[in-house]
Design a protein around this ligand. Sequence first.
Ligand SMILES: Nc1ncnc2c1ncn2[C@@H]1O[C@H](COP(=O)(O)OP(=O)(O)OP(=O)(O)O)[C@@H](O)[C@H]1O
Ligand SMILES: [Mg+2]
Length: 450
Amino acid sequence: MTWNVLIVDDEEQLCKLIARKLKKAGVGTVIAQNGQAALKAISETTIDVVILDYMLPDMTGIEVLRAIKEEKDIPVIMLTSYANVESAVLAMKIGAADYLNKPIELEELKNIVVKVCQQPRGEDDGLSGNQGLVCESEKMKKVLELVRRVKDTEASMLILGESGVGKTALAKWIHENSVRKQKPFVAINCAAIPETLLESELFGFRKGSFTGATASQKGKFLAADGGTVFLDEIGELSLSMQVKLLHVIEEKKIMQIGSNEYHSLDVRIIAATNKSLKKLVEGQKFREDLYYRLNLMEIEIPPLRDRKGDISPLVWHHMEKLNDKYKKELMIHPKVVQRLSAHNWPGNIRELLNTVERLHILKRMGTIELADLEETSTDERLSSVDGNMPFDNKQWTASDNLSQALEEVEEQMIKKALTETNDNQTKAAEKLGIARHTLIYKMKKIGMKP
Ligand SMILES: Nc1ncnc2c1ncn2[C@@H]1O[C@H](COP(=O)(O)OP(=O)(O)OP(=O)(O)O)[C@@H](O)[C@H]1O
Ligand SMILES: [Mg+2]
């Protein structure tokens, strides 16, 4: 089968050069010199890949990209200029498959085109479910929507978020749902490996290259070839390792310690940190160029307290897993779930799941009740009846986000009203002075099942 590539650029000479290069690789080409012509070509011919310039006479490349993505799921490779990092970021967010900085290397462009052509596409191969990743709150849905759009691109990614919010879980999910899923996912915790060992761990070494190197070792990067390298706690990387990493990302090749030849390397890098890399850059602890390389696709996972709608689905999901693991058939009382949902979880999902597991282990059979929670919890806000009422004991300050604070108070009041009326929605609505349908709407919004 031959592929058909649409080249969109107002520079006729460049279009021809690209076309000639692609023809040699057995790829068919169509040329368009403005946005309208490009869209016409797409509606009239079968196009497998689009190469799209950012600056066109009649429309911007971004507009054309949007129009293409609305119509068809055709991969688009953007040509941008070095000076315009934002446009590259935007293009990737809209769903460009990759981007190249001008002036382009024809060989590199050809390689990318061939690769993109070969990637399986279409019906998202059964990935419409979230495969174990709970994501019910609007905030997490937005995160996942962005991730879905960019999961198959080649761009490095940076996942930000507090400890325990699910950075590692998301990185794995991205790999397992990407075109690289058949290849290895290799995780490296940059904080756990001593600086002196990190280089050999990552890049590998040849036998005899230093004292103690009694056998060659491949290194994590080469072990992940074709797959994904997950660099956890990237903020801990020393400046000298940062230089080496940047080199690997930019050159896509690697030299083992004690070797003098390069191996070409095809890995997608996903980095994660719970620190503010921006601040580290400002304090000159993190290289700005590496930061820009990594944060081209920046994904921030909000803390659990800002997406409480995820708490109850997480609890139910985890209960099922624990029942399997411990071969029990325990239930959990909705009131317990409510209490857990009202808590702020400074340790995020990890802390929530640990709490549920502790309750599960201590209960032999039947249903986990509020009394069980009150008995086992060391956190008084979880174990006391009124402990979950932030408007009773929380001092709001003017710097709190007002709408967020109001939402939190609203959620607490709704939960309290429901508890006090034994989940009688009519009475709870009356207590709150709102219509029943308003209550139901609000309950849905905060992730409660009315
Ligand atoms: N969306 C989710 N659905 C179900 N389980 C999740 C989800 N996100 C995270 N988890 C689970 O929560 C726990 C903590 O998540 P994870 O280890 O990914 O957090 P992290 O942000 O990487 O933490 P750290 O900063 O400490 O590395 C793990 O057991 C993980 O499987
Ligand atoms: Mg982690």
